[in-house]
Ligand binder design. Sequence first.
Ligand code: GLN
Length: 447
Amino acid sequence: AYLQQIEKCEAQLGAYIKVTREVALAQAAQVDARRAAGEQLHPLAGVPMALKDNLCTQGIETTCGSKMLQNFCPPYSATAARRLEEAGCVLLGKVNMDEFAMGSSTENSYYHPTRNPVDPTRVPGGSSGGSAAAVGAREAAFALGSDTGGSIRQPAAFCGVVGMKPTYGAVSRYGLVAFASSLDQIGPLTRDVRDSALVLSAIAGKDERDSTCVGRNYGDFQQDIGREVTGLRLGLPREFLEEGIDPQVKAAVLAAANRYEKLGARVEPVSLPTLKHALPAYYVISSAEASSNLARFDGVRYGYRAKDYADMDELYERTRSEGFGPEVKRRIMLGTFALSAGYYDAYYNKALQVRTLVVREFEALFKDFDALLSPVAPTTAYRLGEKMADPMAMYLGDIYTVPVNIAGLPALSLPCGRDEEGLPIGMQLIGPPFSEKKLYQLGYAFE
Ligand code: GLN
């Protein structure tokens, strides 16, 4: 049924870079056989999924939305992908994304843009736009995405689905093509909160292959789903509802706050004064890390290699000039500049100081609050092409999502209404480290 839906929708949506039809049918047949043999199966066994194309899949192309990795077939699978495969999930294919996860609209993909299933004249958000569109259009039961500065939560908001960005270190990054290693996290995009908890339970937990992955026994993330939220304290950071926000998005988030009060939670306005500094700090830190991480794409070890070159320097230069798209080049230049002698203290070190301030501000708030409620993006989904000529306008749309990555916190993005044109509006619940279960409890109560 999912393969049929893909056939029906793909010409218009373009959520997938590659549909792995044969793999899917073989895996599904295997699950059927195991079930017929009376085997006790994982709750996710047989569930068809899509993976963002920056998650390595053994023997299956992993392009990262880039020409640079066009024919790259990883010799191993990402831990998150492998755990789902072991649970019996069925891989429908690899889904579209902004090149190297840099972007907010999926228009930076080398392959093709993806369209929003709610309104195909609009972007699905990004960089996990393929993941969100596939789930929104029922072209997959769930998908994995990655979130460095909002790339799970913002496309979830634009497509009207649920997106979870877990605590930094909750999910192994092994096999996730690195963008900014201190910010990247893998997480699920699903149709509802319970599905999200189910998928996160399958992928979270210690992995010897990622030293930043925290050894913790999470148990079942569904554990607190269905429990009342009476007495829980929610903070509403006022800086998230000030300048530049679409009045309809603001109204929907305030209405959500009201609903939480009716459900018995206590909602109070709070302040996060460093919010305005988080965005510039994010673009310095993420670009600095990206410039270092992407140094490995030199035409020698992975994927694309330029045809004509006279010597080693020219091999590097041509390969990188031809293999990377404009946004990736912009980030590499920005990051290299911020890390260079003479500018390091002024930009990179300053950004790290801001990072510490953001962390402390959140910590102080979480002494008094269980979670914070905020919009995910200042607007609903915009039209394709609308922001492509203006990278700054595109970056500004990340204002509400990046502070969460800067501080390594978990945040759940879920639908909270629609604007006059019927486009989905998203809100996010932000919690202290490892509070995913409470976020699911709060999210489920609202749903
Ligand atoms: N839009 C942000 C950026 O372009 C976030 C990307 C992400 O989370 N991968 O950097």
